[in-house]
Design a protein around this ligand. Structure first.
Ligand SMILES: Cc1cc2nc3c(=O)[nH]c(=O)nc-3n(C[C@H](O)[C@H](O)[C@H](O)COP(=O)(O)OP(=O)(O)OC[C@H]3O[C@@H](n4cnc5c(N)ncnc54)[C@H](O)[C@@H]3O)c2cc1C
Length: 156
């Protein structure tokens, strides 16, 4: 379902162009991390204005060598999706192991996180509809419909 540009959040259109009037709408995209507890615990300086934990390229909380923040909660990337969170988890686990084991002359360098800016976004609408936004070379995106989305995600 798509919002008609410039409307008052009350009129929507489905994939066939039919208008749907809503009595009440909730904007339900994007994520806001639940970091109030950090602020209450006296770590408000870890957070940016959006409430995200600020991390360096090793995914450590800014200014702390022994605290890592991964996934939706940090400010490492705009792409707040599961593959990103998993990639960050792998990298943080590697860096934590390294920190615990690394000593002596032959120290290994911690890995740096490289945000992936362009991944497919697959959004099923139930089991038979949906949208897939696929990055294509040159910086553009291709928008694919129900068939691809169902194949990729909603089959089961
Ligand atoms: C509606 C919706 C649809 C989505 N669809 C997709 C999709 O199709 N594909 C995709 O890749 N991604 C999707 N995402 C994004 C994806 O879910 C997240 O990026 C991913 O779950 C991030 O993982 P995370 O471990 O960082 O956070 P989460 O999975 O949110 O895990 C955080 C955990 O911490 C717990 N927690 C919070 N506060 C506290 C506290 N004070 N104490 C203890 N525990 C606490 C929470 O209960 C939660 O279990 C979607 C997100 C939403 C909201």
């Amino acid at each position: 379902m798509f919002m008609t540009p410039g409307n008052d959040f009350g009129t929507y259109r489905d994939a066939h162009g039919n208008a749907i009037e809503a009595d009440l709408s909730f904007w339900a995209t994007g994520t806001t991390p639940n970091t109030l507890w950090l602020r209450l615990a006296g770590h408000g300086d870890w957070l940016n204005a959006a409430g995200q934990v600020q991390v360096d390229r090793r995914l450590r909380v800014q200014g702390r060598a022994d605290v890592f923040a991964i996934g939706d909660v940090n400010d490492a990337t705009e792409q707040k999706i599961t593959p990103t969170a998993l990639a960050q988890a792998d990298l943080a686990a590697y860096n934590i192991r390294l920190r615990l084991r690394n000593s002596g002359k032959h120290r290994k360098e911690p890995r740096l996180y490289r945000p992936t800016q362009r991944t497919p976004v697959i959004v099923p609408f139930g089991s038979a509809d949906g949208l897939t936004v696929l990055p294509v070379p040159g910086g553009d995106s291709a928008v694919l419909g129900a068939r691809t989305t169902v194949l990729a995600k909603a089959k089961t």
